[in-house]
Write a protein that binds this ligand. Structure first.
Ligand SMILES: Cc1cc2nc3c(=O)[nH]c(=O)nc-3n(C[C@H](O)[C@H](O)[C@H](O)COP(=O)(O)OP(=O)(O)OC[C@H]3O[C@@H](n4cnc5c(N)ncnc54)[C@H](O)[C@@H]3O)c2cc1C
Length: 414
C-alpha cells in the first residue's frame, strides 16, 4: 500500500484494510545476507541492499522489538557540521539522504531542517568554530557565524550574562535539524519488507559459527540460520557481537541518557547546543523540550542511567537557559552507546564474509542513511564506499585515528 493523503482519508473513514507496516515472518534456514541488529543502521542497510543492489534474500535479526534500541532513544538531531575530511563528506551525504528520505521510503519521518546552533563563549571557542565553519563551507556545506545580537534576536531566553559562560555567538548550520526517530526505524522496516527483506524481531543471535576465516551462520533464540554474508549492526552491543566471532573491538559501551519535559507552547525554534556545559535541546512538535548531555561515564549495558548525570545535565541546561528551572521533567531514559577510541565509526570487513558497522558513539542517528548506504555498498561490492574510506578498523593499528574532537583515546571525552 502506498501512503498518500488519499490513503490517509480512506483509513480515517475505515475504507482501507489495515495491514501491518511490515512482515515479520519466521526465519528461513538460510539467507544470502543476515544483518544482526534491527536499529536504524541495520534496517537502512537492508533497504539499500534490496533497493540499490537488488539483494533481497536478506534477514534482519533483532533481539527486541523493532526500534527498541538507540534508534528510538536518541535526541533526534541531524547535522553535518564536521571538521575533518574523513568525516565531513560522509555526514553531508547523510544529510542529503535525509532531505529525500521521505520520498525514498514513502514514509513521513517528520524531517525538520530547523537549524542547529552551537553556542560559543570565548575567543578560543569562536576561533575553533570559525575554523570548523570554514572547513564546512569548503566542502560545500552550509555554515553561518551569528554574533551575539543575532543570537539574542532569535534565542532571547538564553543567559547572555552568565558569569562562567556568557553567550557571545553561535556557529549555525541552517540545514541541520531533527527527525522523528521511531519513524526512521518504521519507514526503513516497511520499505525493506516491501522489497522482500525478512524483518525478524525477538530473535537474538547467541553465537556466530566460523569455519576458518569464513562465517557460516548464526545460532539464535529462534533456531540456527546459515548465511553467505553476515553483517553486524548492533550499536551498543558491538563488542559483544564481534566477540562471538572471536574479534576484539576497540569499543567500550557507555550509557547516554535523554529527557523530555512537559509540553510547552512553541519556544525553541531550532536545535541549540551548549558544548561548554554539555547540553543540547530542541522542542518536539508535541511541545516537549527534548534534551541530553554527557554519557554517564562508566561501562554499562543497562538501558537506563544514574541520577548524578540527571543532575549534571539539568544544571548545564539551567546555566544556558535559566527559565528551564520552572519546567517539569516528564520522562528520562537511557541507551547503550558503542564508544570507539577516537570517537569515529567503523564500517569495514573483519573476516572474509563478516562485516562490521559500529563505533557510532552518540552521533550515529544522523549517520543512519549514509551508514546504510556505505555498509550495503561494502557488503554488495566488497569495496569501501568513497565517503567511508577512513572508517576502517585497522586505523587503530596504523595510528591513523579519526579524532574529530582531538580528545584522544578516551571514550568518555568523545
Ligand atoms: C539518549 C541518546 C541520545 C542520542 N542522540 C543522538 C542525536 O541527537 N543525534 C545522533 O546523531 N545520534 C544520537 N544518538 C546516537 C544514535 O542513537 C546511535 O548512534 C544510533 O542509533 C546507533 O545505531 P542503530 O540505530 O542501528 O542502533 P540501535 O537502534 O541500538 O540498533 C542496534 C540493535 O541491535 C540489537 N542487538 C544487539 N545485540 C543483538 C543480538 N545479539 N541479536 C540480535 N539483535 C541484537 C539491539 O537490540 C538494537 O535494537 C543518541 C543515542 C542515545 C542513547
Amino acid at each position: 500500500m502506498r501512503y498518500s493523503a488519499l490513503s490517509l482519508v480512506a483509513d480515517a473513514l475505515g475504507l482501507a484494510p489495515r495491514v501491518p507496516a511490515w512482515r515479520s515472518p519466521a526465519p528461513k534456514p538460510a539467507y544470502d545476507v543476515v544483518i544482526v541488529g534491527g536499529g536504524g543502521h541495520g534496517l537502512a542497510t537492508a533497504w539499500t541492499l534490496a533497493a540499490t543492489y537488488g539483494i533481497t534474500n536478506v534477514a534482519v535479526l533483532e533481539k527486541g522489538y523493532i526500534g527498541s534500541g538507540n534508534v528510538g532513544r536518541n535526541t533526534t538531531i541531524i547535522r553535518s557540521n564536521y571538521l575533518l575530511e574523513g568525516n565531513n563528506p560522509f555526514y553531508e551525504l547523510s544529510l542529503r539522504l535525509w532531505e529525500r528520505l521521505e520520498r525514498d521510503l514513502n514514509f513521513n519521518a517528520m524531517v525538520s531542517q530547523r537549524g542547529v546552533a552551537n553556542l560559543w563563549h570565548t575567543d578560543g571557542q569562536r576561533d575553533a568554530f570559525r575554523r570548523r565553519g570554514n572547513a564546512m563551507r569548503m566542502h560545500g556545506v552550509d555554515a553561518e557565524m551569528w554574533d551575539v545580537a543575532q543570537v539574542r534576536a532569535r534565542l532571547p531566553f538564553l543567559d547572555f550574562d552568565n558569569a562562567r559562560f556568557p553567550v557571545r555567538g553561535a556557529l549555525v548550520q541552517p540545514r541541520g535539524g531533527t527527525v522523528r526517530h521511531d519513524a526512521v526505524a518504521w519507514g526503513y522496516a516497511r520499505a525493506a519488507s516491501a522489497l522482500g527483506v525478512d524483518i525478524i524481531p525477538h530473535c537474538e543471535v547467541t553465537a556466530i559459527r566460523r569455519d576458518g576465516d569464513r562465517v557460516t551462520g548464526v545460532e539464535t533464540t529462534r533456531g540456527d540460520i546459515l548465511c553467505d554474508r553476515l553483517a553486524l549492526a548492533t550499536a551498543g552491543h558491538s563488542s559483544r557481537s564481534a566477540e562471538m566471532a572471536g574479534i576484539r573491538l576497540p569499543i567500550e559501551t557507555h550509557v547516554l541518557q535523554a529527557f523530555v519535559s512537559e509540553g510547552l507552547k512553541p519556544l525553541i525554534p531550532n536545535v541549540i547546543t551548549f558544548g561548554a556545559g554539555h547540553f543540547y535541546v530542541s522542542q518536539s512538535d508535541k511541545g516537549g523540550l527534548v534534551f541530553g548531555g554527557d554519557i554517564d561515564g562508566w561501562n554499562s549495558y543497562a538501558q537506563r542511567g544514574g541520577l548524578a548525570t540527571v543532575e549534571h545535565v539539568v544544571e548545564a541546561g539551567v546555566a544556558m537557559m535559566p527559565g528551564l528551572s520552572r519546567v517539569k521533567l516528564l520522562r528520562g531514559w537511557g541507551g547503550v552507546m558503542d564508544m570507539s577510541m577516537d570517537g569515529s565509526p567503523i564500517i569495514d570487513r573483519a573476516l572474509a564474509n563478516l562485516y562490521l558497522n559500529a563505533g557510532w558513539c552518540y552521533g550515529g542517528f544522523k549517520a543512519t542513511p549514509a551508514s546504510g548506504l556505505c555498509f550495503a555498498h561494502l557488503i554488495a561490492t566488497g569495496a569501501p564506499h568513497a565517503v567511508a574510506t577512513q572508517f576502517r578498523l585497522d586505523r587503530f593499528d596504523r595510528g591513523a585515528a579519526l579524532d574529530e574532537k582531538g580528545a584522544g583515546p578516551f571514550p568518555n571525552l568523545h
